[in-house]
Design a protein around this ligand. Structure first.
Ligand code: IMP
Length: 181
């Protein structure tokens, strides 16, 4: 285990994550296999999840990316969302599946859905690897969810704390973080 990960408590193992991705891929394949969807990964946190998910889907699709910023170097959402990179594939009339790392307050997802809806997709749904419902401030429809997790600040598997820990193949939480409400 890398030195950097010493202060992490494991939450989801690489094996648990990969197993769940296979199950999600099964559901998504059932709903989208004939629809040639566009999967929109939300950078940076969803890059690893999107890469593993599309490899399990095994049907024709397109990938695009959005980059938004809301946290900066903090572990609390600032609530201030800014778009740093927009999608480039025309989404009008397309079946769009947003792929997110984690939904916490829901503010980011709500903002993204409003933003993407303006591009007139045929359908718009959300797939989130992690759902942290304890601090939800706005209700957002999550169509596919990997894991429902407690209110901890988690890192790993693409998810960072001040840009660290993204490279881990598992998800853990910072050992010095008490569960906050
Ligand atoms: P929300 O707007 O509060 O739902 O936050 C969504 C975004 O905040 C996620 O896409 C993550 O980038 C970030 N985030 C929320 N919770 C965590 C966490 O526990 N660890 C790392 N990033 C998080």
């Amino acid at each position: 285990m890398p030195e950097l990960a010493k202060n992490l408590k494991p939450l989801l193992s690489a094996q648990q994550i990969q197993q769940r991705i296979q199950e999600l891929a099964h559901e998504i394949r059932r709903d989208y296999a004939e629809k040639h969807p566009v999967l929109v990964g939300v950078l940076k946190g969803a890059f690893m999840f999107l890469a593993d998910l599309v490899r399990e889907l095994r049907f024709p699709l397109q990938c695009d990316f959005l980059k938004i910023s809301s946290y900066g170097q903090q572990t609390e959402s600032s609530g201030q969302i800014s778009l740093q990179l927009d999608t480039t594939i025309p989404l009008t009339g397309r079946h769009v599946l947003v792929v997110e790392d984690i939904v916490d307050t829901g503010l980011t997802t709500a903002w993204l859905l409003e933003h993407l809806q303006k591009k007139s997709p045929a359908s718009l749904r959300v797939c989130a690897l992690l759902d942290k419902p304890a601090r939800r401030r706005v209700e957002v429809p999550l169509d596919y969810v990997g894991f429902r997790i407690p209110n901890r600040f988690v890192v790993g598997y693409g998810i960072d704390c001040a840009e660290a820990y993204r490279e881990l193949d598992y998800i853990g939480y910072l050992a010095d973080q008490e569960e906050n409400s």
